[in-house]
Design a protein around this ligand. Structure first.
Ligand code: GTP
Ligand code: IMP
Ligand code: MG
Length: 339
């Protein structure tokens, strides 16, 4: 598979970060490119018990041989970018990272507006990262671009050319999506959505590859979907129920408590179709069935966990190739060869 895209199938925080980290380590892609909105996303990865959270750089940073790219569609917050270079310095990211010169810039005024505007902050419950206001300026064609920021100069590149060149040379390219299908500006629960489409096609466009160059689309779902901020969530459960089940979570970027719900098979089917899913990744199976924790062999899963996976495959109509059974990189069942 020369190019594959990983996207979230629900409302973000599906654990894409940990799925991407596994693929980056196992498949050793030579190029890892990030699409999506911008620094509103927070992907967390556990490596040998240590937590790393990235909002700007590709989550596949731990693959030390890979070129790490941020596509033209992604918003760049220079402050976050430089903090992450520091945060990840043990992985030698600074010499491998490239930002497309056409990325639009998040400025202080965008963050200020995102945090104080009654509609954005109060009604929609945005992340306050400035992404919506920065994308609005981009549409108005007043936003600054990465090429206008002197400090970013050493990192600037043409990501679209790099990614297409890599594909021409037969290299493996991993493309990372952010947020989730339910947050898409087009297909999500408008107006309770983010400021851009988040489906696989948009992610491909963000990094500059055409639809014919995408070989696989991996859609990630978590066993108990979550949602932060306002908006419809048909299968939402009460806070007490979430506590009883031990599935309470807090946001990586905002620290807000996440709303939790039951797995919605019909929504997953819809999301998979629009994303053009060729494979699913299911995360947090250990939260669905405690006995699944840390299991790496499908046959060793508890019966109830297997039945859940089978029901997903049947009702969504797409094979499940990857199953996360815990937060660590190695807590995974990789069945891709058997598909
Ligand atoms: P977004 O871009 O915001 O969607 O981020 P994300 O998909 O990377 O998810 P995020 O990191 O916000 O939240 C997922 C959390 O669950 C992280 O702390 C992961 O380490 C953890 N996690 C991932 N997979 C599993 C799993 O299978 N079981 C358990 N228990 N935790 C997991
Ligand atoms: P914005 O993207 O900051 O404008 O926020 C719009 C909506 O998308 C809010 O409900 C946010 O909570 C949600 N959102 C944006 N990015 C993420 C993400 O990475 N994970 C989960 N929710 C997100
Ligand atoms: Mg997240």
């Amino acid at each position: 598979m020369p190019s594959y895209i990983v996207v979230g199938g629900q409302w973000g925080d599906e654990g894409k970060g940990s799925v991407i980290a596994y693929l980056a380590t196992k498949d050793e892609p030579e190029v890892i490119a990030r699409g999506g909105v911008g620094t509103n996303a927070g992907h967390s990865v556990f490596i040998h018990g240590k937590k790393y959270a990235v909002r700007q750089l590709p989550t596949g940073f731990m693959q030390r041989e890979a070129r790490l790219l941020v596509g033209a569609g992604v918003l760049v917050d220079p402050g976050v970018f430089f903090r992450e270079l520091e945060h990840l310095k043990d992985f030698g990211v600074a010499s491998r990272v490239g930002i497309d010169a056409r990325c639009a810039i998040i400025e202080e005024k965008h963050k200020e507006l995102d945090r104080t505007n009654g509609y954005l902050h109060g009604k929609i419950g945005t992340t306050g990262s400035g992404c919506g206001p920065a994308n609005a300026d981009r549409v108005m064609r007043t936003a600054k671009l990465a090429k206008d920021i002197k400090e970013l100069e050493p990192y600037l590149t043409d990501v679209a050319v790099e990614v297409n060149d890599a594909l021409d040379e037969g290299k493996l390219v991993l493309v990372e999506g952010t947020q989730g299908f339910g947050l898409s500006l087009y297909y999500g629960t408008y107006p309770y959505v983010t400021s851009k489409d988040t489906s696989a096609s948009a992610i491909a466009s963000d990094v500059g590859i055409g639809p014919t160059r995408v070989d696989d689309v991996i859609v990630v779902f978590k066993s108990f979907p979550t949602r932060v901020g306002a908006g419809p969530f048909p299968t939402e459960m009460s806070q007490e129920e979430a506590e009883k089940l031990g599935v309470v979570e807090y946001g990586t970027v905002t620290g807000r408590r996440r709303r939790v719900g039951w797995f919605d098979f019909d929504f997953a089917r819809y999301s998979s179709r629009i994303n053009g899913a060729t494979m699913l990744a299911i995360t947090m199976l250990d939260k669905y069935e405690r006995g699944a924790f840390g299991v790496t062999d499908y046959d060793k899963l508890p019966k109830r966990a297997k039945e859940f996976i089978e029901e997903i495959e049947e009702r969504v109509g797409v094979p499940v190739g990857l199953i996360k059974t815990g937060p660590e990189l190695e807590h995974i069942i990789d069945r891709r060869e058997n598909l």
